[in-house]
Design a protein around this ligand. Structure first.
Ligand SMILES: NC(=O)c1ccc[n+]([C@@H]2O[C@H](COP(=O)([O-])OP(=O)(O)OC[C@H]3O[C@@H](n4cnc5c(N)ncnc54)[C@H](OP(=O)(O)O)[C@@H]3O)[C@@H](O)[C@H]2O)c1
Length: 252
């Protein structure tokens, strides 16, 4: 895999208004990106950051129209961070589970798929560039505290593997990111030590520059990645134990 310099590059981030997406924007600017497209469902929610290299675009990743418009506007993009995501709840037996799971699939899997479909020709035209999918450790081994979210991230992981092969010939590098708990709105109910989005964002950029295609950007993820690599079954048991503790805690 070829490495990807951040300095001087043109980047696009989805879900850039808060959490890890927002931290990625700040990290990209700090590391000398030439231009950064910060995209959000509602651009008015992207607050408090001014920089002449920043271009704010409206983009709901579930809207084909939004994707087409954003791709047209960002015709010079070289590195794409598919970061937008939702985690909509726990359990698999409540009456809303199928609707919830569909929505998670729409945002976490079909969104990145559609974005990739439309952006791949742009990346090819601009020399290949890179795609970075923000998956989850829960996409490698289901965390049954959020089972349907984990399943959507497993789909994204699978797509990431496919994209690596299918976009390789056009010179596009594909990086998969598998964070553990990060201190954002999404992980509000996760009672575990969490890494700051700032630290995660810089770790992601470091790993991209080092050419690491599977990125475990925080201490929990790094340990988990090692365990998953040596024994997927042991990793499954570890995630099951973590989920059991979380379920017991939420019931107490
Ligand atoms: N936090 C963690 O512990 C953790 C761990 C592993 C992986 N991740 C992944 O990291 C990514 C970022 O999550 P986060 O922790 O930063 O969560 P977050 O603070 O809840 O932020 C989620 C972001 O996704 C955006 N988004 C949701 N639906 C969207 C849509 N249809 N179109 C465009 N943007 C949409 C949100 O925008 P709005 O403000 O408009 O809702 C928001 O900017 C996600 O893919 C998540 O699955 C997070």
């Amino acid at each position: 895999m070829k490495t990807q310099n951040i300095e001087g590059t043109v980047a696009l981030v989805t879900g850039a208004n808060r959490g890890i997406g927002r931290a990625l924007i700040e990290a990209l600017l700090t590391r000398g990106a030439k231009k950064v497209y910060a995209t959000a469902r509602d651009p008015k929610t992207f607050l408090g950051l001014r920089d002449e290299r920043l271009v704010i675009l409206q983009l709901d990743v579930t809207s084909a129209d939004d994707i087409r418009t954003a791709v047209d506007a960002a015709s010079d993009v070289e590195i794409v961070f598919s970061n937008a995501g939702v985690q909509l709840g726990t359990g698999i037996m409540d009456s809303s589970v199928v609707d919830r799971a569909r929505r998670e699939m729409e945002v976490n899997y079909f969104g990145p798929l559609q974005l990739l479909q439309h952006l791949a020709p742009t990346l090819a035209k601009n020399g290949g560039g890179a795609v970075v999918t923000i998956g989850s450790a829960a996409g490698l081994t289901n965390v049954p505290f959020f089972p349907t979210y984990s399943a959507s991230k497993a789909a994204l992981h699978s797509l990431t593997q496919a994209a690596r092969v299918l976009l390789g010939p056009q010179g596009t590098s594909v990086f998969g990111v598998y964070p553990g708990p990060v201190d954002t709105d999404m992980a509000r109910d996760v009672a575990m030590p969490k890494t700051s989005p700032h630290d995660v964002a810089f770790a992601i950029l470091d790993a991209i520059e080092a050419g690491q295609e599977d990125i475990f950007p925080d201490p929990f993820a790094a340990d988990f990645g090692q365990q998953f690599g040596s024994s997927p079954k042991a990793a499954e048991r570890q995630m099951a134990a973590i989920a059991a503790a979380m379920l017991a805690g939420s019931a107490a």
